[in-house]
Each structure stands twice: as structure tokens, then as C-alpha cells.
Ligand binder design. Structure first.
Ligand SMILES: Cc1cc2nc3c(=O)[nH]c(=O)nc-3n(C[C@H](O)[C@H](O)[C@H](O)COP(=O)(O)OP(=O)(O)OC[C@H]3O[C@@H](n4cnc5c(N)ncnc54)[C@H](O)[C@@H]3O)c2cc1C
Length: 429
């Protein structure tokens, strides 16, 4: 194994390694480079920011424009830990930072903030250019393997295994979803091996498999009819209620091969996931007619239908067709379908059992990770002085809506500042 010190120039500036070139790592690198550190970014993939680029595919939702109190509340139990960082570098700072890269942003419907062209690539391109100009060096295809016995960082690199000894390191290795984009959670045992208790990575903003339905197989899952005809079909508008978590919201989601996914499901996913972990399943209710009150639905269902079929009746009186009609047949026993009062009630509160979250790899983000209790206020691991953590690998979660990226940027910046404060306090700067 070659021992390679990155201190190859004559500068006396401290050398800091950033491992992981996602938004959190790049923001840490920028903060450090601006302060005069020599910064080396290492990433296992052939290029940085792959998940960030994917996030831009459907429109890069950078942050959210709601008031700061509502914004902070999105981080739930971890609000307290993240608040100082989000107040220091929150939605407005992020928009100003993007503007500094020549990327203007706009507030879309529902307050979500996007780059004007919706894309991630121009922002990433401009950012990487600025980082290179600031002296940041990039080392691609460098997979971090942990520490050698003498405390150096070990990497598997194209030229073989090497070790480096920076004065500080920021780990920004991401969560455990979408492994093919680089974040595979392989860092968990590396930190655990050094005495850091890591909360297991679990899916967040994820879809779910359905449990047993009235028409489906005994083992659970959709019937062949629903799966083959409606997998991929969007439900909108629809409301989802998960009473035990006090969740009730209108939105949209899609029926999948084995269950449900989409923005409305993601919004409730943390509570549903936790309920399944505690009880084995979660029961949600769907309101297929969120724009109508229960009394008017009952009135329309009970309207004389003469010789018309139930399907024609529901279509003409209430506009229930396609996947919504199919879900009624999937989830309601036949006697309920034939009972107007029960059918009307089900149109407003159709019970659906959810058996398990989809695998972590499919999730938009991960919950779990390095707990804030293991870190000091500068995001340095108490057990490993000089080792800082940032981004999705920290133990927090938030819904989609720009909250994920905002906290990744904010914690990346905080970790960079944490390094600077630590260097100053240890007289290494
Ligand atoms: C489909 C999709 C859409 C999304 N859309 C949005 C959105 O619109 N808005 C939003 O706010 N969020 C969105 N997100 C979430 C957001 O992209 C992530 O939360 C964010 O990228 C996490 O940033 P990070 O820097 O912590 O980690 P990552 O972006 O995952 O970066 C981690 C980096 O570490 C590297 N790495 C990992 N292990 C090693 C190792 N051992 N050695 C070296 N390098 C390593 C990886 O290669 C990777 O480059 C989306 C996610 C997905 C999957």
C-alpha cells in the first residue's frame, strides 16, 4: 500500500480531505477552500454529484419558500439539531448561493423552489468550475475503505490501494439508496468499527407493498387483474389518511406492481414505516373523492340506478372510473360493493393495508445514520477527533420538497466551518 501525503505543494495551508462528492461534500469543500485550506475531494464514482444530477431529472427542487418556522418543522424530531445550521444557511442563503453561480431560481406552485431551467447539470457544472478555480482537487474512482492502523485514510484507487494523512476529513458519503449512483452505506461498518453507534439506514420517502386485499392472493399483494391493468396508473386527486399519525392530505400517487408510491405516499412514509416496524402492518384510508363531502357522495350513490351497471352508475354520478373503480373492486368485499351506504363510506375512506416499505435502494432518501449525539456542534465525531460528517449520512429525515438538499448543503457548510474552528482551536491553522 502506497502512503501518499496530499501535502504535495510547498504551501503550509492545512490539507483537508472531503470523502464523497455529493452536495454535502462539495459544500464542505467550498467552505474550506474559501478559507484557504488545501482541499482534496475523493469519490468512489467516475464523477461527482450523480444523485444530485438524478434529482434534477424531474425538476431540481432545491429548497422551499415557506416561512422558516414551517420549514424547520419539516425536520421533525431532528429540528433541534439542524436548526442552527439551517438558520445559518437556509432556503434564502441557498437561493442567493445559486444566484452567485449564475443560476436564478423561482418559486413554483406549493412553494417549492427550482432553478429557472429546472435542471441540476448547469448548476453542478458552474459549481465544479468555481471549486477547481479555488484550488479544490478531485480524485475520482477513489473508494474510501476506512483507516489503516496508523490512522491514515485508506482508498482503493485505480493505481492500487493508497493511504493519505490529511489533518482533518469530512465524510459526506450519503445514505443507502440508489446504490448505482454511489451512496451504498458501506461506510456504516467502517464507523461502527471505530466505536461510532450508527442508527440503521432505513428507507425514507419510499413506496410500500400492499398487504392482503379482498381480491388479491392470500399471501398479500394486488390481484393479477389490478397489477396487469393498472400498475403505473396515477390516482389524482386523492387524499390519504393515516389517523394514528394524524396525517391527512390531498395529493397524488401511483399504483405500482406491488403497492403504492409517489409524493403523497412519501409524505406519510416515515409514520407508515414506523407503524409497520412496530405492528407488522399499517392501515391507511384513501378518499377517492376529496372534492366532495360524504353526504353528497351518499346521495349520488343512492340515486336510483335503474338497469345500469354499478360501474356505469359510479362513472356517471361521481366520475369514478379507471384505477379508482378498480381499487374499489380490489379492496371491498362483494357485499360492501352492493351496499350503498358502505360503498359511499368506502369512497371517502377506502381502507388499504400496507405490509412493508419498498427496499432501501428504491427510496428517495435514507433515514438513520450518524446520530447527532455522536457529534459535537461542529459535526465532528466525538469518538474520532478531526473526522467530521455531513449530509444524508447523518441521522435525520425530511419529506420531499427541497428539504433534503437544503439540509445537505447546510450540514456540508457546517462541517466545513466545524473543521475550520477545530483547526483554529488546535492551533493547526
Ligand atoms: C430520484 C431522486 C430524486 C431526488 N430529488 C430531490 C429533490 O428534488 N430535492 C431534494 O431536496 N432532494 C432530492 N433527492 C435527495 C438528494 O438528492 C439527496 O438527499 C442528496 O443528494 C444527498 O446528498 P449527500 O451529499 O449527503 O449524498 P450523495 O449525494 O449521495 O453523495 C454521496 C457521495 O459519496 C460517494 N461515496 C459513497 N461512499 C463512498 C466511499 N466509500 N468512498 C468514496 N466515495 C463514496 C458517492 O459516490 C457520492 O458521490 C432526490 C433523491 C433521489 C434518489
Amino acid at each position: 500500500m502506497a502512503m501518499q501525503a496530499p501535502l504535495t505543494n510547498t504551501s503550509t495551508a492545512p490539507s483537508v480531505a472531503v470523502v464523497g462528492g455529493g452536495p454535502a461534500g462539495l459544500m464542505a469543500a467550498e467552505t474550506l477552500a474559501e478559507a484557504g485550506c488545501r482541499v482534496d475531494v475523493y469519490d468512489a464514482m467516475p464523477s461527482v454529484g450523480r444523485k444530485f444530477l438524478l434529482a434534477g431529472k424531474g425538476g431540481l427542487n432545491l429548497t422551499h419558500a415557506e416561512g422558516i418556522e414551517a420549514f424547520l418543522a419539516r425536520y421533525g424530531a431532528r429540528r433541534g439539531a439542524l436548526e442552527p445550521m439551517l438558520r445559518s444557511f437556509g432556503p434564502e442563503s441557498l437561493r442567493a448561493w445559486a444566484a452567485g453561480l449564475g443560476i436564478q431560481t423561482f418559486v413554483g406552485t406549493s412553494g417549492r423552489v427550482f432553478p429557472r431551467d429546472l435542471k441540476a447539470a448547469p448548476l453542478l457544472r458552474a459549481w465544479l468550475h468555481r471549486l477547481r478555480v479555488a484550488g479544490v482537487r478531485f480524485h475520482m474512482r477513489h473508494r474510501w475503505l476506512g483507516w489503516s492502523t496508523d490512522g491514515a485514510l485508506r482508498f482503493a484507487a485505480p493505481q492500487g490501494e493508497l493511504a493519505i494523512g490529511p489533518v482533518a476529513v469530512v465524510l459526506a458519503l450519503g445514505g443507502g439508496s440508489w446504490v448505482r449512483l454511489g451512496s451504498d452505506g458501506a461506510w456504516v461498518p467502517l464507523l461502527e468499527g471505530r466505536g461510532v453507534l450508527v442508527a440503521p439506514l432505513v428507507p425514507s420517502n419510499c413506496g410500500f407493498d400492499v398487504g392482503r386485499t379482498a381480491a388479491g392472493p392470500a399471501a398479500g399483494g394486488w390481484s393479477e387483474h389490478l397489477r396487469s391493468r393498472f400498475a403505473g396508473a396515477p390516482l389524482k386527486p386523492v387524499a390519504l389518511r393515516f389517523d394514528e399519525a394524524g396525517f391527512a392530505r390531498q395529493g397524488e400517487f401511483v399504483v405500482t406492481e406491488s403497492g403504492i408510491e409517489g409524493s403523497l405516499v412519501y409524505a406519510a412514509s416515515a409514520a407508515i414505516r414506523d407503524a409497520i416496524a412496530a405492528k407488522g402492518e399499517a392501515r391507511v384510508e384513501l378518499d377517492l373523492l376529496p372534492g366532495r363531502d360524504a353526504a353528497s357522495v351518499l346521495r349520488e350513490v343512492m340515486h336510483a340506478r335503474g338497469p345500469r351497471s354499478l360501474a356505469t352508475h359510479l362513472k356517471s354520478r361521481l366520475g369514478i372510473t379507471g384505477v379508482k373503480a378498480a381499487l374499489l373492486h380490489e379492496l371491498l368485499p362483494r357485499d360492501a360493493l352492493n351496499d350503498g351506504v358502505r360503498l359511499a363510506a368506502a369512497l371517502k375512506a377506502l381502507p388499504l393495508r400496507l405490509a412493508r416499505p419498498r427496499p432501501l435502494d428504491e427510496a428517495i432518501s435514507s433515514a438513520g445514520g450518524v446520530p447527532f449525539e455522536a457529534l459535537d456542534a461542529g459535526l465532528m465525531l466525538r469518538a474520532l477527533p478531526g473526522v467530521f460528517c455531513a449530509g444524508e449520512m447523518l441521522d435525520w429525515e425530511a419529506p420531499t420538497g427541497g428539504y433534503l438538499l437544503t439540509a445537505c448543503f447546510a450540514t456540508g457548510r457546517a462541517a466545513g466551518q466545524g473543521v475550520l474552528a477545530w483547526l483554529a482551536s488546535t492551533h493547526k491553522a
